[in-house]
Design a protein around this ligand. Structure first.
Ligand code: HQG
Length: 182
């Protein structure tokens, strides 16, 4: 993705996941925005984005962060929201193990509290360790925690898998976490 596209993709992420109000955009309860309205409001705020660029962002985004509806008249983020929206995902049985990448500096607190969603709507997990390392290093020295999702599932915790294959749950208590040996 070229630099300008990355910048525009970050802008789309901001308005579809966190602060639609910065350009006066309204999302429906499932997180969808009207494509034409998004383009119009972006323009009014000095951001030049077209339908073709949005299509390129949806198609080429390295993490498949966004989707169109069938008619391509609406767009939404697949996950990662800090605002309260209902993605309408169906609970799904997770693989027996999932991974969460974090930074070493958070470990002490995670040992005490477990994994919490913080500003986001869910705790995010991946099915492979490489993705988890990449996620963790956004915050500092990365460390990967293994999660006993089989036990969590058996104990009644609910999991979802987003359109772009990120696993989501509300909370992971510490007893289901395996910490690396120091
Ligand atoms: C940590 C990106 C202290 C948690 C990524 C993480 C992902 C705690 C940080 C997606 C804690 C929150 C999500 C506790 C959790 N005490 N720290 N009890 N519980 N934490 O960014 O999982 O590029 O909100 O370990 O690729 O890092 O946005 O979550 O380090 O998929 O598409 O608190 O965001 O995707 O950080 O990342 P974040 P995350 P996008």
């Amino acid at each position: 993705m070229n630099k300008n596209l990355v910048k525009l993709s970050k802008f789309v992420s901001l308005v579809l996941r966190h602060q639609p109000e910065v350009i006066g955009l309204k999302l429906d309860e499932n997180g969808w925005a009207e494509v034409d309205r998004l383009i119009e409001l972006a323009k009014l705020n000095g951001i030049d984005i077209s339908k073709i660029i949005l299509e390129e962002i949806v198609e080429t985004n390295n993490k498949q962060r966004f989707s169109f509806n069938l008619e391509k008249s609406k767009i939404r983020a697949n996950q990662g929201h800090s605002i309260d929206i209902e993605l309408g995902l169906t609970p799904k049985q997770p693989p027996d193990r999932l991974f969460h990448g974090t930074a070493v500096r958070f470990l002490e607190s995670i040992r005490q509290q477990g994994l919490i969603a913080g500003n986001r709507q869910h705790v995010h997990m991946s099915s492979d360790e490489t993705t988890a390392i990449n996620v963790g290093q956004r915050h500092g020295k990365p460390v990967v925690l293994k999660i006993d999702t089989l036990a969590m599932h058996q104990d009644g915790f609910v999991f979802f898998c987003s359109e772009n294959l990120v696993w989501l749950t509300d909370f992971v208590p510490p007893q289901y976490l395996e910490f690396p040996v120091e």
